[in-house]
Design a protein around this ligand. Structure first.
Ligand code: ADP
Ligand code: ZN
Length: 213
């Protein structure tokens, strides 16, 4: 099972990817998570990526392409993977196809999570995540039992630094300009499946499952 989750920031890619990972036992590969971890660890990659992420710009293609190439060749990806946040540009998509072809593999399904810009803004502004286990919460739609505390592991919830009004708008622009064209790219390849990303997490998950079955 080799899946791509496509959609604007705040569409719920990370949440759905985690559920798919549980369901199918294949790793979730999130370039955003990998980059945030690198920033936290203050590695060379992190130092390079931070200046782009802070202002909502994309990290240069060659950096993320290199990351993904290495990652999908690891043993735990043998039975498949769920890509979340990659590819984000046509060049990334082309390089991914090339790499998979070299490995004798291909993407099975691209799930496109559709949601409008207004909804995205309110979702991102209200969201918090657990830095310890990756759990995700939302003020309105998914409040933690105890405010500011992760239900899963008791970690202290934090807002992502790039979830501020200005950076959110920039990320939406970047999505429209650089990432939305991927819908056409995968439509041509015949594996694009679009689902509405409105409703509860469980509702969306059942729509996604329909598409990947
Ligand atoms: P979201 O989809 O909510 O904006 P992500 O966690 O996927 O958040 O990404 C956060 C940031 O990490 C992006 O704004 C970008 O700077 C960087 N990033 C993540 N994935 C990629 C990618 N495939 N190509 C370039 N930059 C990326
Ligand atoms: Zn947690």
């Amino acid at each position: 099972m080799r899946l791509i989750l496509l959609g604007p920031p705040g569409a719920g890619k990370g949440t759905q990817a985690k559920m798919l990972k549980e369901q199918f036992g294949v790793p979730q590969i999130s370039t955003g998570d990998i980059l945030r971890q690198a920033v936290k660890d203050n590695t060379e990659l992190g130092i390079q990526a931070k200046s782009f992420m802070d202002v909502g710009k994309l990290v240069p293609d060659e950096v993320v392409i290199g990351l993904i190439k290495e990652r999908i060749k690891q043993d735990d990806c043998e039975a498949g993977f769920i890509l979340d946040g990659f590819p984000r540009t046509i060049l990334q998509a082309e390089k991914l196809s090339e790499t998979l072809t070299e490995m004798g593999l291909a993407i099975d399904t691209v799930v496109n999570l559709e949601v409008n810009a207004e909804e995205v803004i309110s979702r991102l502004a209200g969201r918090s995540t657990c830095p310890d286990c990756g759990g995700m919460f939302h003020e309105e739609s998914r409040p933690p039992k105890v405010s500011g505390v992760c239900d899963g592991c008791g970690g202290l919830l934090a807002q992502r630094e790039d979830d501020n009004a200005e950076t959110i708008l920039k990320r939406l622009d970047v999505y429209q300009e650089s990432t939305a064209p991927l819908k056409q790219f995968y439509k041509k390849q015949g594996n694009l499946k679009t689902v509405s990303a409105r409703g509860s997490v469980e509702e969306i998950f059942s729509r996604v499952l329909e598409m990947v079955k």
